[in-house]
Design a protein around this ligand. Sequence first.
Ligand code: GRG
Length: 292
Amino acid sequence: MDFAAELKRQVTRIDRGLDQLVPPAATRPARLHTAMRYSLEAGGKRLRPVLVLATAELFGVEDDSALAAAVAIECIHTYSLIHDDLPCMDNDDLRRGRPTAHRQFDEATALLAGDALLTHAFALLAGNYPDNLAGALVRELAAAAGSRRLIGGQMEDLLAEKKSDATGDELEFIHLNKTAAMIEAALVMGGLIGGANEDAIGTLRRAGRHLGLAFQIVDDILDATADTATLGKTAGKDAKAGKTTYVRLHGIDASQRLAQAQTEAVFAALRALPGDTTFLDRFADALIHRQK
Ligand code: GRG
């Protein structure tokens, strides 16, 4: 398998899907729809939607039926980035290599663009799938993005920043929920669309949890070692904020080993699934060796 070509194929499908399934920029109010597209079209790795499509394919989905779910999860992820960058949270200037949404537009427009992307995600699920499947997808994504997971992880992250030392337990809660929840949901949603049975859904959840932790450990390493131009977002923020991270707790080398161990756990989970998981294996491997 030509991994790079396959990844490019999936990202191209996702970019086309985003263009087709998000209202055109000129839709009234144009400023809001322009801001939604500004942040979506800035790019990003498309990690979560690629996982939706690749997992659906693993379970035999050969058409574009997973695309609306892939776009939905990218809408939620992008909303979370827009809101995370706001002055009331991280107050950041750069995201995906561009000025953040509130810098490019203004704070109210950025807030509303995030709100609209969040809402649009659920409209896509409700509008593109038969009722039973739509219900399952909405439940999965709402739980992953909700107060116990993505938003809860963000809340604990903000609380931890105000303290000099977060505990290992707090760090785990933050990473499992702020980062791993959406990655887990991406795999599970792909499985649900492909009709995966309960066992397989449990296995996908486990793979997603380990992949999410591996991804977050590498995110911590890159924050400490890469530069702002490469990352397309401000580097070195964790140390500057005195944040508790894997790097601060364990150092770079041990963090790399931890990321590798989490990735091995992803491979082990994937081996329990039916079908050819080569692409997902290679994708997990590429994520721990990424430069941004
Ligand atoms: C505001 C509800 C709310 C949540 C914000 C996404 C987020 C939660 C915060 C951003 C900061 C951060 C380090 C989050 C951990 C997850 C993570 C590494 C997000 C960045 O995802 P990438 O690297 O981004 O996939 P791209 O731009 O490539 O899509």
